[in-house]
Design a protein around this ligand. Structure first.
Ligand code: C2E
Ligand code: CA
Ligand code: CA
Ligand code: CA
Length: 278
């Protein structure tokens, strides 16, 4: 059954009517999934180069579906994003993430958490107020919350998303452009966005070892990012060779399987513990 759902969501199902039905099913089940503990937030660490210090973690959602087993975000987030339910998803992840940051602060760990936003959040003028309220309620300083957004999500309706971005930025949360280098990301355009961080898309980082043009893209983004005073993050760092290249380029932060896969909360805490206690 697990295969079936994945095939359907990925669009391989034979009959269109069936595709529609299963998508509809996932959407109708998602609200309940959130309320019954089927949805989990996993955490993947980010480390400051050239060392190993953990500066934060990205929150990545997982759905344990009673019938289809584990669904990864690529299999349900696009479906959920097409509905108003994505507001509930973002709030759920942000709540969990802020509880985590607060726990870390209480243990004298200064680590930030990054939450992925969808285009709907960026076009929602009430979103910044909800963020501000959540930060106050959890007593977390804004600079310990990062939002990751893709350029294409900003570009969908820039006249609506730009004011939301400006208000989020004014709150003091960190804004990062995700998957940079894909799509129509133009270098000049990056300058006009109120962002603090740029995340190089993992496809370039993964290709760096074998493809000189990927290497050139990564180098260019690091240089461009620094010339715009942005913190540059590389995701998809899977081996020492990639890490060493990034250190050589003065990339600021690395994230990837080399450091750790995304982990469920308890395993992330154990990983952190093993890292910090000698
Ligand atoms: P993303 O934001 O680009 O997240 C990075 C993805 O790369 C994650 O996949 C992560 O598990 C994977 N990854 C990390 N390190 C490596 C590595 O070294 N090698 C390789 N090959 N992959 C690596 P994941 O968790 O399946 O998430 C997929 C996408 O789903 C995310 O891409 C993001 O766009 C979306 N997503 C995840 N959680 C949320 C969420 O809470 N809200 C929204 N709106 N979207 C989410
Ligand atoms: Ca991301
Ligand atoms: Ca990404
Ligand atoms: Ca992505």
């Amino acid at each position: 059954a697990a295969r079936n759902a994945k095939d359907v969501v990925r669009g391989y199902a034979p009959a269109m009517g069936q595709v529609f039905l299963r998508r509809f099913q996932l959407v109708t089940q998602f609200r309940q999934a959130l309320d019954t503990g089927q949805v989990e937030v996993h955490y993947q660490p980010k480390v400051a180069l050239p060392g190993r210090q953990v500066v934060g973690a990205e929150a990545l959602v997982r759905w344990w579906h009673p019938e289809y087993g584990r669904l990864d975000p690529d299999e349900f987030v696009p479906v959920v994003e097409a509905t108003g339910l994505v507001d509930a998803l973002t709030s759920f992840v942000m709540e969990r993430a802020l509880i985590k940051v607060r726990e870390w602060m209480d243990r004298d760990l200064r680590m930030s958490v990054a939450v992925n936003l969808s285009v709907r959040n960026l076009n929602d003028e009430s979103f910044p107020d909800r963020v501000s309220e959540a930060l106050l309620r959890h007593d977390v300083p804004p600079e310990l919350l990062t939002f990751e957004l893709t350029e294409s999500s900003v570009m969908e309706e820039p006249e609506r998303s730009m004011p939301v971005l400006r208000r989020l930025h004014a709150l003091g949360v960190v804004l990062a452009v995700d998957d940079f280098g894909t799509g129509y990301s133009s270098l000049a355009y990056l300058r006009t966005l109120p962002v603090d961080e740029v995340k190089i898309d993992k496809s370039f980082v993964l290709g760096m070892g074998t493809d000189l043009s990927d290497m050139a893209v990564v180098r260019t983004i690091v240089e461009l990012g620094h010339s715009l005073d942005l913190v540059v993050v590389a995701e998809g760092v899977e081996d020492d060779a990639a890490r060493d290249q990034l250190v050589g380029m003065r990339c600021d932060i690395a994230q990837g399987y080399l450091i750790s896969r995304p982990l469920p909360e308890d395993r992330f805490e154990a990983w952190l513990q093993a890292r910090t206690v000698k």
